[in-house]
Design a protein around this ligand. Structure first.
Ligand code: PLP
Length: 416
């Protein structure tokens, strides 16, 4: 079968498809320890809450009604109104329903936004998406119609006490030319658990405004929900910000509900794209969570259950890892949020892909770090091949067993 140029681009090997495939296989293969994917943890209190909520909505008929009808292409009106009220109340943002559009997961929104704001423009001009701090989320890398769509900047690295380190935006190195159409960051960052500081975000906002381009902040793990964020970072939005949120990391990835918060022109564009490509975004997630948004329970659950759950797990996993791998070359990115630990094996004698393969052979799935550098053109940069991402949010038994396999392999690699 001959595929079009579009077909060829979207059918070749991609990191995100490998990751989702491994996740699916790992979930259905007994004895595989799955510390690879971005699946949120099954938190008993969250699942019980959703169970009760779904039961109520079944009784009132609201759930079946949601399944039996299309929403509009901007997403469920009552959800958008309730969310606008919540964000205005909680964060004092000047937001109305005209600032919100829903998509089928935020992954769907990135595809729209990256191709709306970068790519080919009239008159043959080309623009790119800039990631000011790599490593960045694996899911961005293939979400563009054309080649060479992304460019990224290497980080500044500060080494902290206790074997930890932290990435910062290297503003001295960061260049934002006229060929940049969008600046994009995830905060908290997948894969590293980094949270860009308030100063970094304000500085990026200022650069974006000066250039007349938007700043996209991917808030999939951020405030006010699911609030998997362990620092005092200030929530950030203004009319030049495109804030992407999601119900996934709250514990509902299967509902595929993404939320875009932006000025009305962007929202109108997303709505048009949704109409053409999807008719409408799915209605189950918005129907299930509408009462939680109206009552504010979504925030209570995030602050009182979800954030402490992940913070405890992260600290526990850091302790286990440092005990199991007592090597001076081993560093962990300071866990400030999200579901992952980013492990850096300095001067690792093998490529992170080979480490991934060896661990997979032994029944442990992680994600090799080199996928998380979309837009970095320096093939010879060792750091990009010395890291892996580990999901710490699975069961204690799995995380401990996974760490034991990892430690055995790493110690033997450095001994050789
Ligand atoms: N943004 C980040 C940083 C993520 O890690 C993920 C998923 O892992 C997403 C967005 C995608 O979320 P969604 O399920 O809403 O498409």
């Amino acid at each position: 079968m001959e595929f079009s140029v579009f077909g060829q681009k979207f059918t070749r090997h991609s990191g995100i498809t490998q990751l989702m495939d491994d996740l699916n296989k790992g979930l259905s293969t007994p004895n595989t320890i799955m510390l690879g994917g971005g699946n949120p943890a099954a938190i008993p209190e969250v699942l019980a809450y959703m169970d009760r909520q779904a039961g109520e909505l079944l009784k009132t008929g609201a759930l079946i009604k949601a399944m039996a009808n299309y929403d509009g292409p901007q997403g469920k009106d009552s959800f958008n109104r309730a969310l606008a009220a919540l964000l205005s109340r909680e964060l004092d943002w000047p937001i109305g329903p005209e600032n919100i559009a829903l998509t089928n997961g935020s992954q769907n929104a990135f595809f729209y936004l990256f191709n709306l704001l970068a790519g080919e423009f009239t008159g043959g001009r080309k623009k790119k998406v800039l990631f000011p701090l790599a490593p960045e989320y694996i899911g961005y890398g293939d979400a563009a119609l054309d080649e060479g769509h992304f460019i990224a900047c290497k980080p500044a690295i500060s080494r902290l006490d206790n074997g930890l380190f932290k990435y910062h935006v290297d503003f001295e190195r960061l260049e934002v030319g006229d060929d940049i159409g969008l600046i994009c960051v995830s905060r908290p960052t997948n894969p590293t658990g980094n949270v860009l500081t308030d100063e970094e975000i304000e500085h990026l906002d200022q650069i974006a405004r000066e250039k007349g381009i938007p700043l996209l902040i991917d808030n999939a793990y951020g405030t006010p929900f699911p609030n998997i964020i362990f620092t005092d970072a200030k929530p950030f939005w203004n009319d030049n910000t495109i804030l992407c949120m999601s119900l996934s990391k709250l514990g509902l990835p299967g509902t595929r509900c993404g939320i875009v918060i932006a000025e009305p022109g962007i929202i109108k564009a997303i709505t048009n794209l949704s109409g053409i490509i999807n008719l409408a975004p799915g209605s189950l997630g918005p129907a299930l969570t509408l009462p939680m948004i109206e009552s504010g329970d979504i925030i209570r659950l995030s602050n009182q259950v979800i954030r402490p759950f992940y913070e405890n797990k992260a600290q526990q996993a850091v302790g286990w890892l440092q005990q199991a791998i007592p090597l001076p070359q081993f560093h962990i990115h300071k866990p400030e949020g999200a579901l992952f630990l980013w492990l850096w094996f300095e001067d690792l004698p093998i490529h992170s892909q080979e480490l991934y393969e060896r661990l997979k052979q032994k029944g442990l799935l992680v994600v090799p770090g080199h996928y998380f550098f979309p837009g970095i053109e320096d093939e010879d940069w060792p750091h990009s091949k010395e890291c892996i991402r580990l999901n710490y949010a699975q069961s204690e038994a799995d995380v401990q067993a996974g760490i034991a396999i990892l430690a055995e392999e790493i110690l033997s690699i450095y001994q050789q």
